[in-house]
Design a protein around this ligand. Structure first.
Ligand code: ADP
Length: 629
């Protein structure tokens, strides 16, 4: 008995999505069936699992998915005897989008090109709503496992839906679509036709582990799908299309994967995995609530989605499944974290992924560039973390721009292979963006002397480089810190003599400049690294770099403020003139203003912004007044 229905408004975000669906973004409307079948399959997984953990709920029913057509009424029903939903679950699942980042996602979608939109939508997984591409009206009747009553949900996709109590003979869910008129030219096929349904199921849902059958008056036919679990089949038997289709199923990503990584572990324990490296970064890669981890199965029975325990966070972009045959179905996340077998599987999977990346880096540089652009910063999180066992392998995988070619991707091995004679360290510089770091005045002397410097511009770089890693027997040395000596012993001696001479000459001037900016810097020193710029900022050998300090501040870490060191180029013509000015009148106000401007310029070159713009502006204003007659 259906009671009077209760009207509900969709959440604003859902309305927006529905609108997108109705004015369909997918050119391939067939995918709605994949989405609904996938929901049905998930519901069957959940029922099977709940029956294992709560044996009192177990029944005789064969778990299956049926498709029922009424050609006259032009309806298509997708019927499952899965876990079903309670009324509250219907409201929560079909009517709101709880996922964090929805707003950002919609903004991104609005800005995306029409051709990118399907990929974005797929990543977000708006599965159920995609049915409004092919239907004017949708009715869902569902009964939760362990309950007696059912709920009826109905909507015409116009901003609201109704809910009513209902009955359903068995546990499960029926989704009935009132189909729009077919329009094959625009990808809208006649889904009230058996042959079309059969083709679409084969194409998109062949691996679904439950039989998908056409419901017929004279009994149900053969399953339309093969139901083969793709991950435990030998690689040679699986076609590339099958691998790709399965990828779409687990990832909701429209673009084909960059790499497919099947893994068989047969020995002391038995486990199979099928992992994928995506081509593009998902929109929520840096959102802590991103879907991550592999799907976990035990002997083909679904156990959990997003099993994070099986891969380290720095590989969170890897998608796929793992089927651990010897695990208990009742396994909890707490157990997984300690389980020895899971730890062994994790080790194998990490080894396999890093090995695949190493091979790609060597043999397919273009693919590796694609990978690195999307996921390099995430991989580097592994280098920043404590207690990561594979740091050496991760270091081998790092590539970045360099002063030899900012656009090329140079590895530490490449760098070491072409180091200058006598060079004993790997020089690097970090900065806020690739452009800014490539233009840094700190590079001047290195470039002039023919030393290559590696350039890093991801925020994470500060964090792992700060830990002073070594590559083989070579130290990684920041050129933004402390004193660096270049060249042969002889060259260094000559350099030092010249430096001492300059220091004696300019000592008084430096003291005067220091007095003018002493609140903002730790010291004003004569630089050994500049050739054309007048000034730059560096950190003392044991201090954090200015960028690192800013990052910690952004992370809300209270840090004692460590002032930077301002270095002055003794060869710069301005410095020569300031020296004369200072000799003539050590109280000339222009000395202080110039000190402010030199400091400001150094800040701008370092970070593109000024910590104290007022003092800088005032100094520039005073100097301009005197410069213009
Ligand atoms: P997604 O599948 O990406 O979570 P959907 O919009 O397709 O997004 O579905 C939302 C939620 O509704 C699902 O996560 C599930 O909890 C529930 N749901 C959808 N279809 C069914 C079904 N046939 N049986 C049980 N629950 C379902």
């Amino acid at each position: 008995m259906t009671q009077t229905a209760e009207r509900h408004e969709f959440q604003a975000e859902v309305k927006q999505l529905l609108d997108l669906m109705v004015h369909s973004l997918y050119s391939d409307k067939d995918v709605f069936l994949r989405e609904l079948v996938s929901n049905a399959s998930d519901a069957l997984d959940k029922r099977r699992f709940e029956q294992v953990t709560k044996p009192e709920l177990a029944g005789e029913a064969e778990l299956q998915i049926k498709l029922a057509i009424d050609a006259e009424a032009r309806t298509l029903s997708i019927i499952d005897n899965g876990i079903g939903m309670t009324r509250d679950e219907v409201v929560k699942n079909i009517g709101t989008i709880a996922r964090s980042g929805t707003k950002e996602f919609l903004a991104q979608l609005a800005a995306a090109k029409a051709t990118d939109a399907p990929g974005l939508i797929g990543q977000f997984g708006v599965g159920f709503y995609s049915a409004f591409m092919v239907a004017d009206e949708i009715t869902l009747v569902t009964r939760r496992l362990g309950t007696d009553t059912a709920t009826r949900w109905h909507s015409t996709g116009d901003g609201s839906y109704t809910l009513a109590d209902d009955t359903r003979a068995e546990v499960g869910t029926t989704v009935t679509l009132k189909l729009k008129p077919a329009d094959p030219e625009h990808g809208l096929h006649d889904y009230a036709t058996e042959s079309i349904l059969s083709t679409v199921v084969k194409r998109y849902s062949d691996f679904v582990a439950y039989p998908i059958q056409l419901a017929k008056a004279d009994g149900d036919g053969e399953p339309l799908n093969s139901m083969k679990a793709i991950w435990d089949r030998p690689k040679a038997e699986v076609t590339e299309e099958e691998y790709q289709e399965f990828y779409r199923h687990v990832s909701h990503d429209w673009a084909p994967p960059l790499r497919t990584i099947p893994v068989r572990m047969e020995g002391t324990f038995e486990a199979y995995a099928l992992m994928y490296l995506p081509t593009k970064a998902p929109f929520d890669l840096y959102n802590p609530e991103m879907k991550r981890g592999l799907q976990l199965y035990v002997k083909r029975v679904f156990v959990m989605d997003e099993c994070k325990e099986i891969l380290p966070t720095y590989l969170r972009f890897v998608r796929g499944v793992v089927d651990a045959h010897d695990l208990s179905l009742n396994v909890s996340r707490e157990i997984l974290q300690k389980d020895r077998q899971i730890q062994l599987i994790k080790k194998q999977l990490v080894k396999k992924v890093l090995g695949t990346l190493d091979e790609m880096k060597r043999d397919k540089p273009d693919d590796y560039r694609t990978f690195w652009t999307a996921f390099g910063p995430v991989l580097k999180e592994g280098l920043a973390g404590w207690d990561v066992p594979d740091k050496d392998k991760l270091l081998d995988l790092v590539v970045t721009g360099s002063t030899k070619d900012a656009a090329a991707l140079v590895s530490f091995a490449d760098y070491v292979g072409r180091m200058k004679d006598g060079q004993d360290a790997i020089y690097y510089l970090t900065g806020p963006s690739p452009d800014a770091v490539a233009r840094s005045p700190l590079l001047e002397r290195f470039t002039k002397a023919g030393y290559e410097v590696l350039l890093f511009a991801d925020p994470i770089d500060e964090l792992w480089l700060e830990q002073a890693p070594t590559f083989g027997d070579k130290r990684l040395v920041s050129i933004a810190r402390g004193d660096i000596e270049l060249g042969t012993d002889e060259e260094r001696k000559a350099e030092a003599a010249k430096h001492d001479e300059r220091k004696a000459e300019l000592g008084d001037l430096l003291a005067a400049l220091r007095a003018a900016v002493q609140d903002e810097v730790k010291d004003v020193r004569l630089s050994t690294r500049l050739t054309s710029s007048a000034s730059c900022l560096v950190a003392d050998a044991d201090d954090m770099t200015p960028r690192m300090q800013r990052m910690m501040a952004q992370l809300g870490q209270a840090m004692p403020k460590v002032k930077p060191v301002l270095e002055i180029n003794g060869d710069h013509p301005l410095v020569g003139k300031l020296r004369v000015l200072h000799l003539e009148n050590k109280d000339d106000p222009r000395l202080g203003w110039c000190a402010q401007v030199l400091l400001g310029q150094a800040h701008l070159a370092d970070a593109g912004e000024l910590p104290a713009p007022e003092a800088y502006n005032q100094a520039v204003a005073e100097l301009m007044l005197r410069a213009v007659p």
